[in-house]
Design a protein around this ligand. Structure first.
Ligand code: SF4
Ligand code: FES
Length: 249
C-alpha cells in the first residue's frame, strides 16, 4: 500500500506547529501503525532529515506510552486498542491519514507528536497510592472480598494512564483516568484508610494542572483502549461528595 500522511511537526513547546505531507511506500497490512512510522523515519534519516518524534515503549498495549491522534481519534479507529496495536490492514491503499499529538493545555507538546504527561504523575503523587502496610500475600488472601467487587477493582486497575480520555474530551477532563484510580482503591479494603483524603487531593491536583470538568458526553469511554466505563466517574463523584461531607466542608 501507499499512504499519504499528514503529520504534525513542531520543533519545541513554544515553536509554531504545522501539518507536513509525507508519502509512506510499501506499507504491509501486517505492520503496526508505529512500525509504519519507523519506516518513514528510516527514510527521513537516510535523507539527512529530522525524524518524526513520537512516543512508544512496550508496543504491546500495556504501558500507556503511545499517544497519537489518527484522523481525529485518539489511538485511531479500532475500539479498545492502543495505537501500538493498531495494524495497517485497517487502512486502504491511497488513504490520506492525519496524525496529531494529544491536544490539551495540561499536556504541552514537547516535540512533534510527543507531549508531556507528567501532570498525570503529579495527580497520582497527590493520592493515587496506599501508604498503609498491607502485609504480604498471605495477609491479602486472608481478607475476604466479594468476587464482583474484586473484579470491578481489577477492571479499574486496567487503566494504563495513556491520556487518550483527556485528548478526546472537549473539556480536556482527566475524570476517567482519575476515576479509574480512585475506584480501584476505594473498592478494596486496603484503600479504605486514605479513601476520603485521596479523592479530595487528586481532584484538587487535577484542577491545579488545568484539566477541565467532565463534559458527560462519554468521548473518553469511547476512545479508552482499556474500555474503562464512565460509571467510574459517577463513583468518583459520590466518593468526592461523601469525603467533603465527612470533612465538614
Ligand atoms: S482511563 Fe483509559 S484512556 Fe484514560 S488514561 Fe486510563 S487507559 Fe488511558
Ligand atoms: S507503546 Fe505501550 S501501550 Fe502502546
Amino acid at each position: 500500500m501507499k499512504l499519504n500522511l499528514k503529520i504534525w511537526r513542531q520543533a519545541g513547546p513554544t515553536a509554531p506547529g504545522r501539518l507536513d505531507d509525507y508519502a509512506a511506500h510499501d506499507v504491509s497490512p501486517d505492520m503496526s501503525f508505529l512500525e509504519m512510522l519507523d519506516v518513514v523515519n528510516e527514510a527521513l534519516v537516510r535523507q539527512g532529515k529530522d525524524a518524526i518524534a513520537f512516543d512508544s515503549d512496550c508496543r504491546e498495549g500495556i504501558c500507556g506510552t503511545c499517544s497519537l491522534v489518527i484522523n481525529g481519534i485518539p489511538h485511531g479507529p479500532d475500539r479498545g486498542t492502543t495505537v501500538c496495536q493498531l495494524h495497517m490492514r485497517r487502512f486502504k491503499d491511497g488513504d490520506t491519514v492525519t496524525v496529531e499529538p494529544w491536544r490539551a493545555k495540561a499536556f504541552p507538546v514537547v516535540k512533534d507528536l510527543v507531549v508531556d504527561r507528567s501532570a498525570f504523575d503529579r495527580i497520582i503523587a497527590a493520592g493515587g497510592y496506599v501508604s498503609v502496610n498491607c502485609g504480604g500475600a498471605p495477609d491479602g488472601n486472608a481478607i475476604l472480598i466479594p468476587k464482583e467487587v474484586s473484579e470491578m477493582a481489577m477492571d479499574s486497575a486496567a487503566c494504563i494512564g495513556c491520556g487518550a480520555c483527556v485528548a478526546a474530551c472537549k473539556n480536556a477532563s482527566a475524570h476517567l483516568f482519575m476515576s479509574a484510580k480512585i475506584s480501584h482503591l476505594a473498592l478494596l479494603p486496603q484503600g479504605a484508610v486514605e479513601r476520603n483524603g485521596r479523592v479530595i487531593s487528586m481532584i484538587q491536583q487535577a484542577d491545579a494542572e488545568g484539566f477541565g470538568s467532565c463534559s458527560n458526553e462519554g468521548e473518553c469511554e469511547a476512545v479508552c483502549p482499556k474500555e474503562i466505563p464512565i460509571s467510574n466517574i459517577a463513583r468518583m463523584t459520590r466518593e468526592y461528595v461523601k469525603a467533603v461531607w465527612t470533612a465538614g466542608g
